[in-house]
Ligand binder design. Sequence first.
Ligand code: ZN
Length: 654
Amino acid sequence: MFELVDRDCTGRIGILHTAHGKVRTPVLLPVVNPHKLTIAPEELHDTFGFEALITNSYIISKDAFLRERALEDGIHSLLGFPGTVMTDSGTFQAHVYGKEGTTNSEIVAFQRDMGVDIGTALDVFTEPWDGPDTAREAMEETLSRVEEAASIKGNMAIAGTVQGGMFPRLREEMAVRLGGMNVDVHPVGGVVPLLENYRFRDLVRAVLAAKRGLPPGRPVHLFGAGHPMVFALGTLLGCDLYDSSSYAKYAADGRLMYVDGTRHLEDIGESPCGCPVCREHDGPSLRDLPDAERERAIASHNLWACQDELRTVREAIREGTLWDLVDRRSRAHPHLFEGYRELCAQAGQLEPYESTSKPSPLMYTDHLSMRRPIVMRYARRVYSRYRSPEKRVMVGFEEGGRPYGRHYAEAMGRVLEVANAQFLVKSVLGPVPIELDEMYPVAQTVEAAPWDSETVKRVNHMMEHCSHNLRNALAVMYDGEETLDMLRMMEGKGGSFDIMMARARATADMQFGPGATDVLMEGAVELVTSKRTGKLRNVMVDGEHVLSMRAHDGMYTLKLPGARRLHAAWESPRLRVVVNEDAAPFAREGRSQFAQFVVEADPELRPGDEVLIVDEDDSLLAVGRTHMNRRELLSFGKGVAVKVREGTGKEEDN
Ligand SMILES: [Zn+2]
């Protein structure tokens, strides 16, 4: 059972609950070869902090001594490992050695009987050069084996591998069909040849295809990926588990892993790493070690390098900077960069998983940043949700300084002396109505200036699109005295622009959807501002506290009276998370809601959105903030899905 703890877009920190404890993801499961223990499993656990490992059930089953001990004492005792043990089924061995293989039901029962936590069905391997017919045949056979495995797994969790070779449609289809089975973990298979040959573009295609079809509440395992170079990218693609024997294989031929690639021991003067091995040794002293000791030392370094990078990835998720990390890591190798570019090209798939607000600024480096889901979403929402105050004149400013309202205050004042105008800024995100200047990500964007040519092209295109849609009688870019003279001549009559009221209204539409302002602010509106900062704090309507604005991201917290207004005006499922009758009383009391009780939700919801929590009769129970989109809400079987802020209490019981 998988629980979502924290997220940054499709990257997530989770807890995988197993019979031998909780495993925090993203996680690397080192491959342990029972015949050759480069590092003892106990040490992997105690010294290196690995909560889980993976070993090969096929190798154990083919060795009479190991087999007997494993069945007698259990796999954990055989390996001397107290944590979670996953086993591979020997697909690769069966693939390589053919008839030496085993049957699916035999190997699954064997894994179950030796007390494995996560077992794997014997799937049929697809090579990158296999044609569509071979790939489909392998897929159908694997699907029936996974179904069989799920029926005999007992208490063991079972992994059902998504194959499909180089055919994204096949992978997606297989993922959908696996999603309907009683399977616990989904490896993405057949990617080792892609990883070995640095075919990262194909890797990205394969993983994204699998993710399209899989239920988002299931953990995804990138089979055979164990190089720190790929963890950031893999995690942003939505992978949770990694495994690899690379740390040991690389050590055997003197190769050291780093986040930016691999270095051979022969070439190392000083190792750019702070792990215990590299603190003790430089290149020459490592080379001087006896063979076995040297191999062990390099394997240790490789494991530390993996653990360090996974910590970095998890911290990036907490900070909301995973995309920035992937951007930096991808520039270490042109082929990794190809993978990143492919991700950017398909980033629309990631948008529903992107939070509406993040704890960190949006770092806009170059044109690839415009593919970021948060940037694409801003553009879409401003076109589909923003409604302008309908002034006669629109004046645009070139990007100059944030917050825009303050930076352009003087210029706005001069324009308003001669024209009844509203204002926008030509920003790196596209046209920004000036009253949205404090809303995430507008105020929180840090960009490289001057913009690169692709960005200039996109922004100009958006400005043009925007000017076609404007309903103003006149739209001009501000150019100082010249503009003022022209406006004086053409308009001649001043106007006013209440930026605080415009902000209160535009933010509501951008955040909750078109028409929200009309519902939330119908009546006598009073805006309460902070005495200290002058910023908008609360929106009161007819004496009721409807909305609060958060200082750090310029977005609203929905109060109960505001929730009641939206609930009364909008049909289900708009803005709603529907919970079943078991959860309803807890929601009323203001308790947070767990994913397993959610029965329906608005497909437009994004992580971080304010939501109405209702029961199946659409009675309002509470108001809160969702951590998940609809697909996730309906898929996760565990964990907090909606943080409830205020319940309606008992008075609305009938
Ligand atoms: Zn090191």
